[in-house]
Design a protein around this ligand. Structure first.
Ligand code: DQA
Length: 147
């Protein structure tokens, strides 16, 4: 079974209670459960990982190569706007990825307009709430396995 990995960055473990007007009411567990089931229905294995630590995110990306992950869905959280090292990790493993954000970062503070990922991502889904993860999964599967 082909493997897809979903990575969520700092503070996304608090989805559901964190600024619900910005990020919605869905918690991360229910998003992960929904996507895991959808992936399995389509014969894909979805791994889910959330971390608040930059080095753990980098190590997970390195491991993804060893574990034959063929696509990554990543919401880097605030690392989006700061992390050259997570960018470099994604470039190092050459695994295609979609960058996902629940909120429309372009309608928010100016420091959120800069992303270290968008120019190297295969695609970006921004501002569609938790539905964006599902759209990302379906798009990734279509890309891996065009029919
Ligand atoms: C976010 C947007 C980031 O600016 C913010 O730091 C997050 C969440 C989003 O999904 O909208 O933590 O990535």
């Amino acid at each position: 079974m082909k493997k897809i990995l979903m990575i969520n960055g700092p503070n996304l473990n608090l989805l559901g209670s964190r600024e619900p007007d910005v990020y919605g009411m869905d918690d991360l567990k229910s998003i992960e459960n929904r996507l895991t089931k959808k992936a399995a229905d389509l014969n894909f294995e979805l791994g889910c990982f959330q971390t608040n630590a930059e080095h753990e995110m980098i190590e997970k990306i390195h491991d993804a190569k060893k574990n034959n992950v063929c696509f990554i869905l990543i919401n880097p959280g605030a690392f989006t706007h700061t992390s050259i090292s997570v960018r470099d990790a994604l470039l190092s493993v050459s695994i295609p990825f979609y960058e996902i954000h629940l909120s429309n970062t372009f309608s928010r503070e100016e420091f959120r307009h800069k992303s270290y990922f968008s120019d190297i991502a295969s695609g970006c889904i921004i501002g569609l709430g938790s539905h964006g993860y599902e759209l990302g999964l379906i798009a990734a599967i279509k890309k891996i396995q065009p029919s």
